[in-house]
Design a binder for this molecule. Structure first.
Ligand code: GRG
Length: 305
């Protein structure tokens, strides 16, 4: 199987896991109103790249072969639930205020603001419900996964990065750039890289990787995360809305500090390649064959949306 087929195959296994673990309407008398489940699934199934689940499954396979990959499927679904929650909330009028996500109207446009807020909340809860339920027979692993995902999503990381992003945007006095290079790195290490790190780490843990190698995956995830964000900034400045499936050119219109506004397009592209090289060096030092993870790193660098 070539790597593009493998990527599609892993994304499709992640889709099936999500479909099974986030049912349209839980078969339970306490499932609650259908509208909340419809909103959760609307955003979940809007056709994201499934990058976080694929990274988790690839790391798990490297660590533990097919059995490792199987073991990581619930964690992969949980990661996508947290990621989708963050996108729904990021799109709300009180945050980035966007109408388009994954090529369709954002959750609050398709439903309403309150429903979108609740759908995000419920997806976050669903992630931990999946971990607690599906790893109940491996409590030590379950606890480590819960801790990794909760930490990545926490006020110190995903939420903290988002907070700092909002503060940088709102508080900049006239004439001063909204964020310095150091502030920008803090925002992106947490808003973007934390979830990519957690994806590789959770995959490695589920696949049974030893602690030292898990830390190597964490380092690779940090560099991949920075590269991913730099590419995001480049795409925002260069791609069109139709290709991105979300509104293009927002950063410049908002006067936001990005890698592109700080360093220019060419240097930003070079920085992304540099971070990808660092991630690749970490991946090459892992036990096992990192070829597919290296392919993913390259794909993330060359992505068009
Ligand atoms: C609201 C807690 C909270 C956090 C929001 C997701 C996010 C943090 C902000 C979105 C803005 C942004 C550009 C974030 C950094 C990169 C990112 C997470 C892009 C979206 O991820 P993709 O490209 O999306 O993997 P798909 O739709 O393919 O899953």
């Amino acid at each position: 199987m070539d790597f593009s087929n493998k990527l599609n195959a892993l994304a499709s296994r992640a889709e099936s896991a999500l479909d099974a673990l986030v049912p349209a309407l839980p078969p339970d008398a306490h499932a609650g109103p259908a509208r909340i489940h419809a909103a959760m699934r609307y955003s979940l199934q809007a056709g994201g790249k499934r990058l976080r689940p694929v990274l988790a499954l690839a790391a798990a396979e490297l660590a533990g072969g097919e059995a490792g990959l199987e073991a990581a499927l619930p964690a992969a679904a949980a990661l996508e639930c947290v990621h989708t929650y963050s996108l729904i909330h990021d799109d709300l009028p009180c945050m980035d205020d966007d109408d388009l996500r994954r090529g369709r109207p954002t959750c609050h446009r398709a439903f309403d603001e309150a429903t979108a807020l609740l759908a995000g909340d419920a997806l976050l809860d669903q992630a931990f419900l999946i971990l607690a339920g599906r790893y109940a027979d491996r409590p030590a692993l379950g606890l480590r996964l819960v801790r990794e995902l909760a930490d990545a999503a926490s006020g110190a990381r995903l939420v903290g990065g988002q907070m700092q992003d909002l503060l940088a945007e709102g508080a900049a006095p006239a004439g001063r750039p909204p964020a310095t290079a150091a502030e920008l790195e803090f925002i992106h290490l947490n808003k973007t890289a934390a979830m990519l790190e957690a994806s590789l780490v959770c995959g490695g843990l589920a696949g049974g990787l030893a602690d030292e190698a898990v830390e190597t995956l964490r380092r690779a995830g940090r560099h991949l995360g920075l590269a991913f964000q730099i590419v995001d900034d480049v795409l925002d400045a260069t791609a069109d809305t139709a290709a991105l499936g979300k509104t293009a050119g927002k950063d410049a219109r908002a006067g936001k500090t990005t890698y592109v506004s700080l360093h220019g397009l060419d240097a930003a592209r070079r920085l992304a390649a540099e971070q990808t090289d660092r991630a690749a060096a970490a991946l090459r030092s892992l036990p096992g064959d990192p070829a597919f993870l290296l392919f993913l790193a390259e794909r993330m660098l060359l992505r068009k949306n």
